[in-house]
Design a protein around this ligand. Structure first.
Ligand code: KG4
Ligand code: ZN
Length: 435
């Protein structure tokens, strides 16, 4: 506070006022700049995403262009088409995210870009665009691992401390990992063949769920989930994969094959020519989704036991994070919640919008890396950046998990469909757990 004494002239009061104003402005600018801001770009598969996020986890601006519908019509992801669409849209998507944030590129602290793993031609588009942005603006570039970004998103909105267990389930990946820090991960298990989203998408296509009007605009996984809600999970027996292997790896190709065989059998039996739906399509979806859920839950339960045996996570803060597009599935979440409760874990699932691919998770991973000052690449070092189609999330412990040969008494999952509550009641109970 300052006081105007009798002897002071109007000029000296004005001078003091100006000084105060200048100090305030300097402090304000300093406060503003202690908040780090990162622009994130995601183009690893079929979504062109961009977001501007600050270090409190606030999304300042975002934009996404999804290619899902185009690829759905083509019957699967076409890499050359995906690249073309990324190239067509990236400029607009990045400009829109900055505009929504009301910021220019000069006002962000760094540009984070997914550089691995993913479709090489798609990764190139985002990476080259990010490099150009950094060259023009002089901002640092932060290379991001797509799966690490999925894993860390939960920390943006929930109190999740390192280390934590994370299950990532999407259209391209399936893995179990312990996240120890923003840049240190242990790999406990991965899929030996298809990813769960891939198996769901292909089965939905083979079943021709798109011919059901209310399902035609949904991706395969969501179409199966909706169809499954009308079917009986006990109607068709599908063997749970890898029961005899005491590790934490996954397999979805056999499940997909079993579903295909059932479809062919029914088509022959009912004399159905291509294009028509088999009569028990809903039952098949319910049985298929239930078996996928049991398989995921079994591998997670064993991983929790491995974590305990090796003291990888303190018992006082056991958390399971589930992310990736398939984590949007309510039936799978409920199954995982049963396992988590049984094993004394807290289950954390980001909201569906942040489970699927987006620019926010990349920007947030950039913030996490800025905080620990890791992987910050200056514009002069940009030539060292390349894209990688395949990349493990971290140190490979899968052999140690297999060697541990852990026998598990499985938690019962039939209450997933045996209780009397309606689907809606079940959904809201899960939402209340995870939000
Ligand atoms: O993470 P994401 O957006 O992209 C990849 O990195 O793959 O995941 C997309 C996958 C697709 O396979 C899609 O069918 C699946 O997530 N998915 C779902 C659901 N919503 C999206 N799977 C099961 N149930 C859902 N509700
Ligand atoms: Zn993804």
């Amino acid at each position: 506070m300052f006081a105007v004494r009798g002897s002071k002239t109007i000029e000296s009061v004005a001078f003091h006022l100006c000084e105060r104003l200048r100090t305030f402005r300097t402090n304000f600018v300093r406060i503003k700049h202690t908040k780090r801001i990162v622009l994130g770009i995601e183009t690893s598969c079929d979504d062109t995403g961009c977001a501007v996020v600050d270090d409190s986890g606030k999304i300042l601006g975002e934009s996404i262009h999804s290619q899902t519908q185009v690829h759905l019509e083509m019957g699967g992801i076409m890499p050359p088409l995906a690249r073309e669409l990324h190239e067509e849209n990236i400029n607009n998507v990045v400009s829109e995210a900055l505009q929504n944030a009301n910021l220019s590129i000069d006002e962000v602290d760094a540009v984070a870009v997914t550089t691995k793993p993913g479709l090489k031609s798609s990764l190139f588009v985002g990476t080259n665009f990010g490099k150009q942005l950094c060259l023009k603006s002089g901002k640092p570039f932060i290379p991001i691992h797509h799966m690490q970004a999925h894993a860390l998103t939960a920390r943006m909105i929930h109190e999740v401390e390192f280390p934590f267990l994370v299950l990532l389930i999407s259209g391209g990946h399936c893995l179990l990992s312990v996240a120890q820090s923003p840049v240190n991960f242990l790999l406990l298990g991965y899929s030996l063949n298809d990813a769960p989203g891939e198996a769901l998408d292909k089965t939905a296509r083979r079943l021709m769920l798109r011919h059901i009007p209310e399902l035609r605009n949904f991706c395969g996984g969501e179409a199966v989930e909706r169809a499954a809600a009308k079917g009986n999970p006990e109607a068709i027996h599908i063997t749970v994969p890898l029961l005899q292997y005491r590790d934490c790896n996954f397999s979805f190709a056999g499940l997909k094959q079993a579903a295909y065989q059932h479809i062919v059998y029914q088509e022959k039996k009912c004399g159905i020519a291509g294009g028509a739906l088999i009569p028990d399509a809903y039952d098949l979806c319910a049985s298929f989704l239930h078996t996928i859920t049991v398989h995921l839950c079994q591998r997670v339960q064993r991983a929790m036991m491995f974590v305990k045996m090796n003291n990888l996570i303190p018992t006082s803060k056991q958390t399971l994070v589930v992310s990736g597009g398939v984590a949007c599935n309510n039936y799978i979440r409920r199954g995982l919640d049963i396992v988590a409760t049984h094993m004394d874990y807290k289950l954390v699932v980001p909201p569906p919008k942040l489970c699927t691919d987006n620019g926010v998770m990349v920007a947030w991973n950039g913030i996490e890396k800025l905080r620990v000052q890791s992987d910050i690449v200056t514009p002069a070092e940009l030539d060292s950046i390349s894209v990688e189609q395949r990349s493990l999330i971290g140190e490979d412990l899968t052999q140690s998990v297999s060697d541990a040969f852990i026998k598990v008494k499985w938690v019962k999952l039939n209450k997933l469909y045996k209780d009397n509550s309606t689907t809606q009641e079940k959904e809201s109970s899960v939402n209340s757990i995870i939000k």
